[in-house]
Design a protein around this ligand. Structure first.
Ligand code: SAH
Length: 204
């Protein structure tokens, strides 16, 4: 399956959050952004026949995409409503995956993974947790990490050091446009384009 086919397939099978929860920062990765990230990871040999974990899986777009590219995937999500949609989405693809309803930060995995993929909450809702808490967990679980972050200049500058603190070294980054639809009442515009930074990192 090439990049474009993956994007189309994901846009057909992955139903979005029904009532996204602000406090959990439930924003689904657009199929184009998901397909780009996964295709790059696949080209680098980090998906096919690899043990892959999708942390904060939401409706499952990243993990299910990884399964479509030949990964052995475990998806972890803590919100029951998101998880129910994930299960529905997962039933629409042929590949076998495992899913876990649990808090990523306290989840005890019984194995180590080759690759972690994640679009975690960024911590912009003044949660106590930030994306780095999830990156730290990803670094503990896997050799390679592909993650999505706020793309502001300030954040971009700070990320290499923050990743180092999590035992990871950033190998590559690129910017993506992440259109946020007005799922929330406080969004005045129908769509807002947000810049996100996609990071690929390896264990130190
Ligand atoms: N990764 C998905 C969802 C992104 S939204 C995608 O790319 O489309 C962030 C997701 O993280 C939400 O589904 C939210 O419910 C989940 N989440 C937030 N905190 C979590 C935690 N501590 N453990 C597991 N999932 C969490």
């Amino acid at each position: 399956m090439n990049r474009k086919q993956l994007e189309i397939h994901l846009s057909q099978v992955v139903q979005p959050f029904k009532q996204p929860k602000i406090e959990l920062e439930q924003y689904q990765t657009p199929p184009r952004v998901a397909a780009n990230l996964l295709h790059i990871a696949w080209l680098k040999g980090d998906i096919q026949n690899k043990n892959v974990v999708d942390l904060c899986a939401g409706t499952g777009i990243l993990g299910l995409g990884a399964a479509l590219l030949g990964g052995e995937v475990v998806l972890v999500e803590k919100d029951q409503e998101a998880y129910d949609i994930l299960l529905e989405n997962k039933s629409k693809i042929d590949q076998k995956t495992q899913s876990v309803l649990n808090d990523v930060l306290t989840w005890q995995a019984d194995m180590r993974f080759d690759t972690a993929i994640l679009n975690p909450p960024f911590g912009i809702q003044q949660n106590k947790t930030s994306d780095m808490d999830f990156v730290k967990k990803a670094g503990q679980l896997a050799e390679k990490v592909y993650s999505i972050h706020d793309g502001s200049d300030r954040n971009q500058e700070g990320l290499p050091k923050l990743f180092n603190k999590c035992g990871l070294e950033i190998q590559e980054t690129y910017l993506e446009e992440f259109p946020l639809s007005s799922s929330y009442p406080w969004h005045k515009l129908k769509y807002k384009i947000h810049n996100v930074l996609v990071v690929q990192a390896s264990s130190l």
